[in-house]
Ligand binder design. Structure first.
Ligand code: SF4
Length: 371
């Protein structure tokens, strides 16, 4: 995992504590969708096709905080829908940071410039901006012209104000290898703090089913695109073992409880990508009542057959890296081969506020009453 360093250290400490306690199943990143409402209708999205009464639902800050406390994962990734549409999103974020969580706040960035004042720079807060490639590709995938330019402008503004900013990109059928290699260069040159990539999952509800990659296509695309990534100065916010998996150099089955999803319905069974078995009221109930043998590649479940998405398989790569001292040393040695990132941060002032300062700003704020 990437910057900030305190995040890496916190995750390392957490994993060692789980191993010491003998926990076999534990979460690494809690996925949180406090709403499904969005200001885009992307071609590969399987989250926004609900009826209006569901789209109007919002999780309260208290529900978000209680879920994060019960789950215990050190990192919370807030997605949706578009989180910036939630009227209490800054309260949710503040409360999670007070509880020691590191936050990825995922956004398409359309509303970011106008809402940046609702947040304070913190080592615990990372904006994760949706960018599915260069301008023409991104605008095509989000089905609206001009979104790429808006996102780039918001990224630059957020960086200039001292926020941590990463990008997240989903890869679909027919994407150009050369174009994405250029995209990685250009994105790093903007001075982002890291990049996330993953193949898309074939959501049954997604409007364009033909855009999803099969496993062999995923491996061949990533093998070509990432063939020399360790030498390119590309700072991926992933375990190198997960990138090896995408290239077909390592074989894992999924760890669906590693990045569990809490949304307006409850805890989604079995994973972030499909609600095959309904919802649980608590993370514990999710762990104890899901028939995990029904999911993953080895299960033969056709809905899992072509899945290589980070939410299922990055936890597997992390568990692998911590499975023995020799595996851990192999990962450390691998990190040592990764060439330093292409830096452009000097173009921006980065007065990162300590998380403790942010905590003190919001520590008496309990948020509005639960409605
Ligand atoms: S392989 Fe795992 S992460 Fe992917 S859809 Fe199946 S259960 Fe979910």
């Amino acid at each position: 995992m990437p910057s900030p360093m305190s995040l890496q250290f916190s995750v390392l400490k957490y994993i060692l504590a789980q191993k010491f306690k003998g926990n076999k199943k534990y979460p690494l990143v809690m996925m949180l969708e406090p709403l499904f409402a969005c200001n885009l209708e992307c071609a590969g999205c399987g989250k926004i096709q609900y009826p209006t009464d569901i789209i109007r639902k919002r999780m309260t800050p208290e529900e978000c905080w209680e879920s994060a406390e019960e789950c215990g994962a050190p990192v919370v990734s807030i997605a949706g829908g578009e989180p910036l549409v939630h009227p209490q999103i800054e309260t949710i974020v503040e409360g999670l940071i007070q509880r020691g969580k590191y936050i990825y706040l995922c956004s398409n960035a359309i509303l970011l410039e106008k809402n940046l004042h609702r947040f304070k720079p913190s080592s615990h807060l990372i904006f994760s901006i949706h960018l599915d490639g260069v301008e023409k590709t991104h605008d095509r995938m989000v089905c609206r012209e001009g979104v790429y330019k808006t996102a780039i402008s918001a990224i630059k503004l957020a960086k200039s104000k001292g926020f941590n900013v990463m990008t997240n990109s989903t890869i679909f059928q027919g994407e150009s290898v050369e174009e994405f290699r250029r995209f990685f260069d250009e994105t790093m040159a903007m001075g982002v703090d890291g990049m996330m990539i993953s193949p898309g999952y074939a959501y049954e509800k997604a409007p364009q089913q033909e855009i999803f990659l099969k496993n062999d296509q995923t491996k061949s695309w990533f093998r070509e695109t990432l063939k020399d990534w360790r030498k390119m100065g590309w700072d991926f916010n992933h375990s190198p073992f997960y990138l090896d998996f995408l290239e077909g150099k390592r074989d894992y089955d999924c760890t669906p409880w590693g990045n569990p999803l809490r949304n307006v319905f409850g805890w989604q069974k079995p994973c972030y990508l499909m609600a095959d078995a309904g919802y649980a009221k608590t993370y514990r109930e999710l762990l104890e009542t899901t028939d995990w043998a029904q999911y993953g590649h080895a299960s033969g479940n056709p809905k899992c057959a072509n899945c290589m998405v980070h939410v299922g398989f990055e936890p597997s790569s992390v568990v692998d890296a911590f499975s023995s001292m020799s595996r851990f040393m192999a990962m450390v040695a691998d990190f040592a081969t990764i060439k330093g990132r292409k830096k452009a941060q000097n173009a921006y002032a980065r007065p990162i506020q300590k998380s403790e300062e942010l905590v003190s700003v919001g520590q008496n704020h309990k948020g509005p009453p639960v409605s």
